[in-house]
Design a protein around this ligand. Sequence first.
Ligand SMILES: NC(=O)N[C@H](N)C(=O)O
Ligand SMILES: [Mn+2]
Ligand SMILES: [Mn+2]
Length: 392
Amino acid sequence: MEDAGLRTWVDQMGNVHGRVEGANANAEALLVGSHMDTVVDAGKFDGALGIVSAISALKVMHVNGKLQNLTRPVEVIAFCDEEGVRFQTTFLGSGALAGILPATTLEIPDKRNVTVKDVLKENSIEAAEEMFLQLKYDPKSVWGYVELHIEQGPVLEQVGFPLGVVKGIAGQTRLKVTVRGSQGHAGTVPMSMRQDPMVAAAEQIVLMESLCKHPEEYLSYDGRCSGSSIKSLSSSLVCTVGEISTWPSASNVIPGQVTYTVDIRAIDDLGREAVIYDLSNRIYQICDKRSVSCVIEHKHDAGAVICDPELSSQLKSAAYSALKRMEGDIQDEVPTLMSGAGHDAMAMSHLTKVGMLFVRCRGGISHSPQEDVLDDDVWAAGLATLSFLENL
Ligand SMILES: NC(=O)N[C@H](N)C(=O)O
Ligand SMILES: [Mn+2]
Ligand SMILES: [Mn+2]
């Protein structure tokens, strides 16, 4: 960032900032960036590509002596903890700047009962509630937020286009389900006498898949879920159990407790709420049938976000000019698509208008070391960011 001529600092949540005031230091600033954290065993483009594209574009302007031509301040932000892998919170960095983190965030524990506050203290940050008030940006000081990110899906590769404009981002909910039964000896407890949380969890997880594959066959939600929601729901509803753990986790012990995570997403917030309502009821019914108990914790909720039409139109023009600089005239229309993946733009939409540009990635693979982006598409990403900034 300093190499690109930016003023830099690290804030109390660990977000890294680089800013240039440009020609009108008092104008509302453009915020641009993405996240620098990843999931476990991840690829190297998720998050990082958006940050590097922004820094590279500003570096080009710096080298060409054009930074001061920027019509408004531009601030690059590398957000911490977008993925929420450790605390299941997600958006810890962008949420702090958007002012949407409750003070209780500091008390959220990880699997080893280390809290967010403990981790900040380990990094010499004495976090307290007022810290969040200090971190929150004044909406009047911000013009908009733009994020470039790999698509993490197959659409752009399918249509043969390196860049696409994001229409909106699906809403998401993260649950933690803990099922408790009667721990016992694997060799002596007859099958008919078991209260086995492992089998109960397995039945719940298989049910979840069926419900999310065919919501129309399951959803009641007191009849409030109209036909249109269920139809739109079916096209975008996804649910994933990514983590499962058991206690005491020994091969010759009937478990006493099983805990698993649930990640549910849909473009339609009412539909997602209906799925969670219905699924929760069915999870409890399975527990009753198997004489085990369970607790369903809501760890995270983020409503679906529609991107700002003006920012989207400017991003579309920037994509065109980037591809024109690379390939000469292009006939096709820059694609517009929805995002099933979550992004810091969801949090930033509580602060300001947001726009996103997607970059094609090989096979749509992401959250895997197989994640890959063609060099020319990385180049297109940088040129599009540069063009967007030059036409601010
Ligand atoms: N908060 C999130 O949604 N994090 C990732 N980007 C995800 O899509 O899972
Ligand atoms: Mn990710
Ligand atoms: Mn990401």
